[in-house]
Design a protein around this ligand. Structure first.
Ligand code: PLP
Length: 459
């Protein structure tokens, strides 16, 4: 049934402005993927103790980002994030607090459950359009000053929407306080290949950066890298946790295509130059919309945003139509699927694998829908609040292992959540285990259609 549905969908020829970054463009992939599906036969190394060809592929990837070491993951950035949090929080023994951005992906919350760490939340700045911006370095410095027990700092840069924080200054502060900086850079795999993208976090001082080639490069789903730089990270322990978090039968298709991607893109920078030109002209063609606004460089320097990843084409809905409606119309009338949309925005994810025809479809579709929305007119759309402040009462691990009870949403105010509830994408929890359920959170969950919730029994 799944297979049939997929084939039916593919026949509709809907153009993917979403992940994976290979965009199903076969010219970007090795020709016969099935022939790459082997196991640890002699000569092919072992992911969990890499000493041969896998190790050398990891070294190639390390060199691309300027890291000292790289560990492949066939379980996405999720595995690297969980392993990095377990490694970082172990060093503080019993007092395993983690200074963590609340706009982290669900995998960081899984890392809290695995490690037992207690999060001390920091919040990104809010942009003019009600989105999560970057994290201000001064804010991190202040939080480290008043939370000296935190073992490490965990932030996401770029965000799903492409907003990059000032990693260099953040790293300086974090190291001044003797802590580790872990950057979830899952959406920044393409940074080294493109002249106008920000520098990779690992070159700017992050101790660990976790990257998903499958999101923004021509690589298969689940491909990811954990990059390490400097002496602060216990690499053996990180390797141990990477093994704990992954299958004992890692896919050679995924691992070899990571290698293929880095080798071919490093050799053939021309494809990136072509993509950069296509992207720039699509951005220029969509720069004068009326009902929507294509976000660009003008956001740099606002709301903690140090740089912008322009490969993410983020359309903010100003009037006449929501981001959801833009996405729906693009799919129905122009055969384009976006990465995600919300009331206030819609996001097209572009990559080096996008074709000229794909960009043309996007320009035509967005221009036409924008004209329609402009004609409709109406109120300027209201920006929803990004997220509410959360209060962590017990650790996510305690909340996940204690007995729970299922309550009606409206009876759950004042209880402690045993559940993680998020909209996907972007996969940032509205409510995480261990957090107090407030009436504001109940309101937000009710808007999402949630009507029951797991709470910690007796608390
Ligand atoms: C910001 C962020 N970090 C981490 C992840 C997890 O990455 P992966 O899907 O490679 O496990 C995602 C996935 O969407 C993400 O958006």
């Amino acid at each position: 049934m799944l297979y049939d549905t997929m084939i039916k969908y593919l026949r509709k020829d809907i153009y993917p402005f979403h992940m994976p970054g290979h965009k199903r463009n076969a010219s970007m992939m090795p020709p016969d993927l099935l022939s790459l599906d082997i196991t640890e036969i002699p000569g092919f190394d072992n992911l969990h103790n890499a000493e041969g060809v896998i190790r050398s592929a990891q070294e190639t990837a390390s060199a691309v980002y300027g890291a000292d070491a790289c560990l492949f993951s066939v379980n996405g950035s999720s595995a690297g994030i969980i392993a990095a949090i377990c490694t970082a929080c172990e060093i503080c023994g019993e007092h395993r607090n983690l200074l963590m951005a609340r706009n982290s992906h669900v995998s960081a919350f899984s890392g809290l459950v695995f490690s037992g760490a207690r999060p001390v939340y920091i919040y990104p700045e809010e942009t003019a359009y009600g989105l999560c911006g970057g994290i201000e370095p001064a804010h991190i410095k202040h939080m480290l000053e008043i939370n000296p027990e935190c073992a490490a700092v965990f932030i996401t840069s770029p965000t799903y929407e492409g907003f990059v924080s000032d990693i260099k200054t953040i790293a300086e502060y974090v190291h001044e306080y003797g802590k580790l900086l872990i950057v979830d850079e899952a959406h920044g795999a393409h940074f080294p290949f493109y002249d106008t993208t920000p520098e990779p976090a690992i070159r700017l001082g992050a101790d660990i950066a976790i990257i998903s080639p499958h999101k923004t490069l021509p690589a298969l789903s689940q491909s990811a890298l954990t990059l390490i730089r400097g002496e602060r990270v216990d690499v053996d322990r990180l390797k141990f946790f990477m093994r704990v978090c992954q299958t004992s039968s890692p896919s050679y298709i995924i691992m070899s295509t990571i290698d293929y991607t880095f080798q071919s893109l490093s050799r053939n920078r021309g494809v990136y130059a072509t993509y950069a030109r296509r992207l720039a002209s699509a951005r220029a063609a969509l720069s004068e919309l009326s009902a929507f606004r294509l976000i660009g460089e003008e956001m740099t320097g606002t709301a903690g945003i140090y740089a912008i990843d322009l490969s993410k084409m983020l359309f903010v809905a100003l009037r006449g139509m929501s981001g959801y409606e833009l996405e729906r119309r693009l799919t129905r009338e122009f055969k384009i699927q976006l990465e995600m949309s919300g009331d206030r925005f819609a996001l097209a994810l572009t990559s080096v694998a996008d074709t000229c025809e794909g960009f043309e479809r996007l320009i035509k579709g967005v221009t036409a829908v924008d004209a329609l929305a402009a004609n409709k007119g109406g109120e300027t759309l209201r920006a929803p609040r990004v997220f509410l402040r959360a209060e962590c009462r017990i650790t996510p691990r305690q909340a996940s292992f204690l007995p729970w009870e299922l309550l009606g949403l409206h009876n759950s105010t004042g209880k402690i959540s045993a559940d993680l509830i998020s909209a996907y994408p972007p996969g940032i929890p509205v409510l995480a285990p261990g957090e107090l359920i407030t009436s504001e959170i109940v309101g937000r969950l009710s808007d999402m259609g949630v009507n029951q919730i797991k709470t910690v029994k007796g608390l």
